[in-house]
Design a protein around this ligand. Structure first.
Ligand code: XMP
Length: 504
């Protein structure tokens, strides 16, 4: 019971999936060229054909398995997907010679897609082809001033093509239209967080049975939620939390306090001495990351041996990490740095990835149902290599202590001003620079700490957060007062790109 979204390379495909889930239906993205058998395996109630950068009549343009159109399933084709529908059933799509891009309005509408909406509906267009002739017995169900075929329907009304993009926010009634399609397709709208949780619990129990499950816990929202899920499911599990000595202030205690009372069996390992020794004298960022990754795996392996045997290794992989790339090219794209310390698949366990169908905000909803405290559930991302990538140059115990305290003060000030959630991520960096200052009558030669706060949606791009001056002021005053070794505080006003969020 799902909606299968066939991806033809649109930049909006994930948004379609998000919107369908907002309409409380379960959706899965597959490559546009996926064979019908693969699609059937998802037991779909309906199919959505995404947009795409190509033209449907172009040689080599990705095409859907032709059997998809005769499978008796309701289909919604968006933009390129509309072109596929029209072309398959014998209509004609033509080149516009230019890209029609931007806001438009539907002036004439008809049918269940538009039920309850006004007579003029603002929509977002982005296309370079248009429908020139409908397939036999198809009808236009919406027009714009310039385009008589802004939305079209098959004779039985179960296949619909739309030229505009209902999935983007610039189409304010887009969600209502998608709901209209899901209703006419008879898709159950029951993908609520509660149902999702029940389903996941059942799946995890089913898969793990009475076998033992090992989990690498980073303390982030994904792995913490996964630990709670295993605990709630009653699965025989052990979560290993490696303290590599580069965690935020009180991190270990906070994670233990949040998870243990909820039934998570947790083994924390203090390996900070081992990590510090391995990092001694290393200033190169990539080398630091490699060393941390290597030590992490060594510690994890050792602990797994000590507490084993385990059949499964549970990982908090999320849906954006497993979506196959556009048009069927390329394999599943799993970013190693999303998994705790980049645990390699060859650890000899079977992988258990119960969250792999979920988006981040769905995980947060789940975490709430499972009782994860908001302090962990809603907090900023934190990199696996931890504070090591926020110390430019050598990582030493003293420098870790400095940056850890500066970070804690900055976050505390943000919280106190209610500004924590205005930033997507906020951090302090210990630069290798020293600068001159005065304290009383004395000249002081202190460290320079850089503060960085960014806004972002997905970390791919970011802008520096326009924090109020009084927040920055208080952070700078407190850091220099409470950490006398710091003589100067600066604020990073670079966007990503060209900079990255972290300094290393
Ligand atoms: P950058 O610095 O590349 O960071 O703009 C983007 C986001 O990813 C986080 N980050 C990491 N997370 N392991 C992680 O788990 C890593 O090695 C890593 N490096 C960067 C960073 O904190 C930001 O949120």
């Amino acid at each position: 019971m799902s909606v299968v979204i066939l991806d033809f390379g649109s930049q909006y495909t994930r948004l379609i999936a998000r919107r369908i889930r907002e309409a409380q239906a379960y959706s899965v993205i597959l490559p546009g060229t996926a064979p019908l058998e693969r699609i059937r395996a998802e037991r779909p109630d309906a199919i959505v054909l995404s947009g795409g950068p190509r033209s449907v009549f172009e040689p080599g343009a990705p095409l859907a398995d032709p059997r998809v159109f005769d499978a008796g399933l309701p289909i919604l084709g968006i933009c390129y997907g509309m072109g596929l529908l029209v072309q398959h059933f014998g209509g004609r799509v033509l080149d516009l010679d230019r890209r029609s891009f931007g806001a438009d309005r539907l002036v004439r509408t008809d049918g269940p897609l538009f039920a309850g909406l006004g007579s003029e509906i603002p929509v977002w267009m982005s296309h370079s082809t248009a429908v020139a002739a409908l397939p036999e017995n198809w009808t236009s169900i919406a027009a714009t001033p310039a385009n008589p075929y802004a939305a079209v329907a098959s004779p039985d009304g179960r296949m619909i093509g739309v030229q505009f993009h209902p999935e983007v926010i610039h189409t304010p009634d887009g969600l209502a239209m998608l709901r209209g399609f899901l209703r006419l397709a008879g898709v159950p709208l029951d993908w609520t967080p509660e149902q999702t949780l029940e389903r996941l619990l059942a799946d995890v129990r089913d898969r793990a049975g009475t076998d033992r499950v090992l989990l690498g816990l980073s303390g982030g929202v994904d792995s913490s939620t996964l630990a709670l899920l295993l605990a709630r499911a009653g699965v025989d599990h052990l979560a290993i939390f490696v303290d590599h000595g580069m965690l935020r202030l009180h991190e270990r205690v906070n994670v233990e306090a949040a998870l243990r009372p909820l039934g998570v069996r947790l083994a924390t390992v203090d390996a900070s001495a081992q990590f510090l020794a391995a990092l001694a004298g290393v200033a190169d960022p990539e080398t630091k990351r490699k060393i941390i990754g290597r030590e992490f795996i060594a510690v994890f392996r050792r602990e797994a041996d000590r507490h084993g045997p385990f059949r499964f290794l549970a990982q908090g992989t999320l849906y954006p990490d497993v979506i196959e790339s556009a048009g069927g090219e390329g394999a599943a794209n799993i970013k190693s740095h999303h998994n705790v310390g980049g645990l390699p698949a060859d650890l000899g366990f079977e992988l258990l990835e119960p969250l792999r169908t979920l988006f981040k905000d769905e995980v947060r909803q789940l975490a709430e149902l499972l009782g994860l405290p908001d302090a962990i559930r809603l907090r900023h991302p934190f990199p696996g290599p931890g504070l090591a990538v926020r110390i430019l140059g050598d990582v030493t115990a003293e420098r870790l202590d400095l940056v850890r305290r500066a970070d804690a003060i900055f976050l505390e000030v943000l919280e106190a001003h209610g500004a924590y959630h205005d930033a997507w991520q906020a951090l302090a960096v210990l630069t290798p620079i020293r600068s001159v200052g005065v304290a009383g009558d004395d000249r002081r030669y202190g460290h320079v700490v850089a503060l960085r706060a960014v806004t972002s949606v997905d970390a791919m791009t970011a802008d520096w957060a326009r924090l109020p001056y009084d927040v920055l002021d208080e952070a700078a005053r407190r850091i220099t007062r409470e950490i006398p070794e710091v003589g100067r505080v600066v604020y990073d006003i670079t966007s990503k790109p060209p900079a990255t969020i972290e300094w290393e």
